[in-house]
Design a protein around this ligand. Structure first.
Ligand code: DP6
Length: 328
């Protein structure tokens, strides 16, 4: 009745931005991401305790965060014949929330894998991805490692909306992602609210959906050939388009700050000098630089020269895994 899992966060190369179903977390478009190592979140789940209890990074979880965890576990209960009873959840991440990387993606992926195992359900990446999606959309892409594609699906019940691994981490061991933490503050508008505002008010939203859907197979082809330049250019284009559709929302959503723009300007200068480095940007001011092993030191130096307070260097990460050691 107790199980523990470890999962890595992921960074979207083609972003997910907007839901067609808020309750089931079904996206308007497909997306594609890279799982990031060595960052991880570990989560232990035990069923059959006296009352539900959720602790994340040493704090008792409250409000919508707690509700999301309990809702995911409710879905686990619905899949078993046994009466599992209330659950205790303890989750711990090993990277700063302030990095702007969605720790929730790794957290809900670990919760889904541990929750299924604690309930005695068999290991099943697709079922775990669907479950993780109920916690946070991007979490469905952290169940497996390497490059994962979240297929938007068509069904109203969401059973065909899950992530599949296209290439494992060993496909491109030379690829590097360098997180440039320019700002440690919490963002004003969370992804969940920002994407909803964009769907509802941006006149460019339909174009975003069409374009992102078309970029996914192109990104897949660039990854298949390990074509860093083509993938880098696609990543930047896709990030700009996500931010453009958000800037066109009413009221406008601007996640970039002056530091973000300064770093992007410097990237261009570096590329002119022949250093292969591109950026992607989630719903926050901290860019993630895409480069290769030979240039990661140069990418880190660039980030620091542009005011990065912290720099986190990442490599392609593996699948979420069950662990023998529990957190309680
Ligand atoms: C910009 O997965 O955090 O990082 O589904 O509402 O929990 P919810 O949102 P979330 O949004 C991620 C948005 C993004 C792009 C991406 O990761 O694809």
């Amino acid at each position: 009745m107790k199980a523990t899992a470890l999962a890595h966060p992921n960074i979207a190369l083609v972003k997910y931005w907007g839901k067609r179903d808020d309750a089931l977390i079904l996206p308007h478009q497909s997306s594609l991401s890279l799982t990031l190592s060595p960052l991880s979140v570990t989560t232990t789940v035990e069923f059959g305790v006296p009352t539900d209890a959720v602790e994340i990074n040493g704090h008792t979880s409250k409000g919508s965060e707690r509700e999301r965890v309990l809702r995911l576990l409710e879905s686990v209960r619905a899949q078993t014949k046994d009466a599992l009873g209330p659950a205790k959840v303890v989750s711990r991440g090993d990277f700063p929330m302030a990095a702007g990387l969605a720790s929730s993606a790794a957290g809900f992926a670990a919760l889904a894998v541990a929750g299924r195992a604690a309930a005695g359900l068999p290991s099943d990446a697709r079922a775990a991805s669907i479950l993780a999606r109920l916690g946070s959309g991007s979490a469905c892409r952290s169940v497996e490692g390497g490059f994962c594609e979240w297929q938007r699906g068509e069904r109203p019940d969401g059973d065909d909306s899950f992530a599949v691994q296209r290439f494992d981490a060993a496909h491109w061991p030379d690829l590097r992602m360098v997180v440039a933490v320019l700002d440690r503050g919490e963002k004003d508008v969370k992804s969940r609210d920002g994407m909803k505002q964009t769907v509802e008010t941006s006149p460019y939203y339909a174009a975003w959906v069409r374009d992102a859907e078309e970029e996914v197979p192109r990104a897949r082809a660039h990854i298949a050939r390990r074509d860093l330049q083509a993938l880098g250019e696609l990543c930047e284009r896709n990030a700009w388009r996500m931010h453009s559709t958000s800037l066109a929302a009413d009221p406008p959503l601007c996640y970039l700050n002056a530091g973000t723009l300064g770093l992007i300007q410097h990237l261009r200068e570096h590329r002119k000098k022949g250093i292969p480095v591109w950026f992607t940007l989630d719903a926050g001011p901290n860019p993630v630089l895409l480069t290769d092993a030979a240039n990661e030191v140069a990418a880190e130096a660039l980030a620091r020269a542009c005011g990065a307070l912290d720099v986190i260097r990442c490599v392609p990460g593996g699948d979420a895994v069950l662990k023998q050691e529990h957190l309680f």
